[in-house]
Ligand binder design. Structure first.
Ligand code: FAD
Length: 505
């Protein structure tokens, strides 16, 4: 590295974003003698929600060298095979958006095209979801990690975790401090910028301590203390596409063993999450304040709790969207300070992870090359936009108009690319993943099919196989998925025998 190397990274904020950044950067950069300092204020606290993830989190844990069983124990985690959506397409309907694909692609064509033809011929054919092992296992409360069995669906199980984000942050803090991160407790009360370029030079704490750095990472949550309050980068407001702007959360005692999936139930003015962990059940109502008051949302949530509440309900406000610049001068924003989209597909923690991975790819020196910064901002914006479109899909692929909120949703505009995607699918079942798009074809298919969108036709290549051949192949695939799900232990049996017992042995 040149003499121009960044020597001091200062992270402000110790929520999930701050500790993910500190643990990753100090683990990677310690050999380059880069100092990492993290400032957090216990008095301010963290947002305190954020429990469901997507499979990519395993890569982050791997980067830090976490043992998965240890992680499961330390964070009270459960496994997650997908999300069950209840009452989304229409009231009374439910479907699972699973991780991992449906059936087996044939003749270079996605499986669902063959299923569409076969279903046309035989209306009694099992639903598409029954050709996805994750969906079937979730429905039956089963789980196993992938097994080394050639050509079996059991060899390709895709999963994520549901965990206690507070415990996860604690765990990451240990890793970060072991790798050399210096933690400073205190509230930042002022920020100093140098006069020439306006770069941040230092922050001052309430007790007068001054902390200087070359590169600052803003992980201060919704307030965006550095990126917005100081550098005033502006905010891109996406409320016209995603109008929910409030949440009330309240964990309760579990009344049954945790299932390996998150549930999102559409409600009068938004939706409610249910996230089962080992030691508690996470619940929250995400809603739009134009259609429901905080008191009404809280009453509805408490009324729906399955067990005794474990704390007072916590109310949160947000505006969906993102900073116009995620990275400005010598300051990068991560987590809630960078932007926020409702947790319908559990994407926020992932966006921290992908921000960090882009930062590593474009790690700056003290010159802070503007081209690098612009490219980071462009790629991050694209990633956010693709996630946004996928979330809006859940609202636009619904027939619900039974409350003023859902009537408002019906009248909402479509983002252009989303409209194209839905039209393409409805025409001939085709789905294409665009570059940098987080959600793949399976995810789009799960939601479009699950919420009742029906293609007029299917891929013509399907016709190279006779109807009998397709029927026979689908039967084999279905049997092998059903047998695989039967073979799995229950979710909690798996955790007890493989994760908890691992510590006791
Ligand atoms: P915070 O947790 O708010 O942390 C901010 C930190 O900055 C704190 O340590 C605070 O003390 C510090 N700080 C602030 N100001 C100062 C100051 N002046 N001086 C010193 N320190 C300061 N994500 C998912 O992936 N899955 C989910 O299921 C999910 N559910 C969610 C549900 C809701 C309702 C919300 C709002 C978010 C959800 N998220 C979810 C997002 C997730 O909670 C956040 O992405 C994640 O917790 C990161 O938060 P953060 O670290 O950016 O901010």
């Amino acid at each position: 590295m040149s003499n121009n190397q960044i020597e001091n990274i200062v992270i402000i904020g110790g929520g999930t974003a701050g500790w993910m950044a500190a643990s990753a950067l100090s683990s990677i950069m310690k050999r380059a003698n880069v100092k990492v300092t993290l400032v957090e204020s216990e008095a301010i606290g963290t947002v305190g929600v954020g429990e469901a993830t997507i499979p990519q989190i395993a890569l982050f844990n791997e980067l830090l060298g976490l043992d998965e069983n240890d992680f499961i124990r330390r964070t009270q985690a459960t496994f997650k095979l997908g999300i069950e959506f209840v009452d989304w397409g229409q009231k009374g309907e439910r479907y699972i958006h699973p991780f991992g694909g449906y059936g087996i692609d044939m003749e270079g064509v996605h499986f669902h095209h063959f299923w569409l033809k076969a279903k046309d011929i035989n209306p009694d054919l099992p639903d598409l979801a029954d050709f996805n092992l994750q969906a079937l296992a979730a429905k039956n409360n089963k789980f196993t990690r992938p097994l080394d069995i050639a050509r079996s669906p059991l060899s390709k199980i895709h999963y994520a975790f549901q965990f206690d984000a507070g415990l996860y942050a604690k765990y990451l803090r240990e890793i970060a401090e072991d790798a050399g991160t210096k933690r400073i407790e205190g509230r930042v009360t002022s920020i100093q910028q140098e006069s020439e370029k306006g770069h941040i030079q230092s922050v001052t704490l309430e007790n007068g301590e001054v902390i200087s750095g070359d590169f600052f990472i803003d992980c201060t949550g919704f307030i965006g203390l550095l990126i917005e309050k100081t550098l005033q980068t502006g905010y891109e407001d996406w409320s016209k596409w995603l109008p929910v702007n409030r949440a009330v959360a309240c964990a309760c005692e579990p009344t049954e063993d945790p299932v390996p999936y998150t549930r999102a139930t559409a409600k009068e003015a938004g939706w409610q999450w249910r996230i089962p962990l080992q030691h508690r059940l996470g619940n929250g109502y995400v809603y739009c304040d134009k259609f429901l008051s905080g008191e009404e949302a809280e009453a509805e949530l408490l009324n729906n709790l399955e067990g005794k509440p474990l704390a007072e309900p916590k109310h949160l406000r947000f505006v969906t969207g993102h900073r116009k610049k995620f990275w400005e001068k010598n300051c990068l924003s991560l987590g809630l300070s960078a932007g926020f989209m409702e947790p319908l597909e559990s994407t926020s923690i992932h966006l921290i992870q992908s921000g960090l991975s882009r930062l590593m790819a474009q790690f700056p020196d003290k010159d802070f090359n503007q081209k690098d910064i612009d490219y980071y901002n462009l790629r991050t914006r694209q990633e956010y936009e693709r996630v946004r479109d996928f979330l809006v899909l859940h609202y636009k692929a619904t027939k619900r108009d039974d409350t003023p909120f859902w009537q408002h949703i019906q009248a909402m505009p479509f983002p252009d690319k989303l409209k194209e995607k839905m039209e393409l699918y409805e025409e001939n079942g085709r789905i294409f993943r665009e570059d940098l798009e987080l959600f793949n074809e399976t995810s789009w298919l799960a939601v479009m099919h699950g919420q009742g969108l029906k293609p007029k036709s299917y891929h013509p290549v399907v016709n190279v196989l006779s109807a009998e051949e397709i029927e026979m192949r689908l039967k084999d695939i279905y049997n092998s998925v059903v047998n695989s799900a039967d073979y799995m232990p229950t979710h909690m049996e798996f955790i007890r025998e493989n994760c908890i017992a691992d510590k006791e042995n």
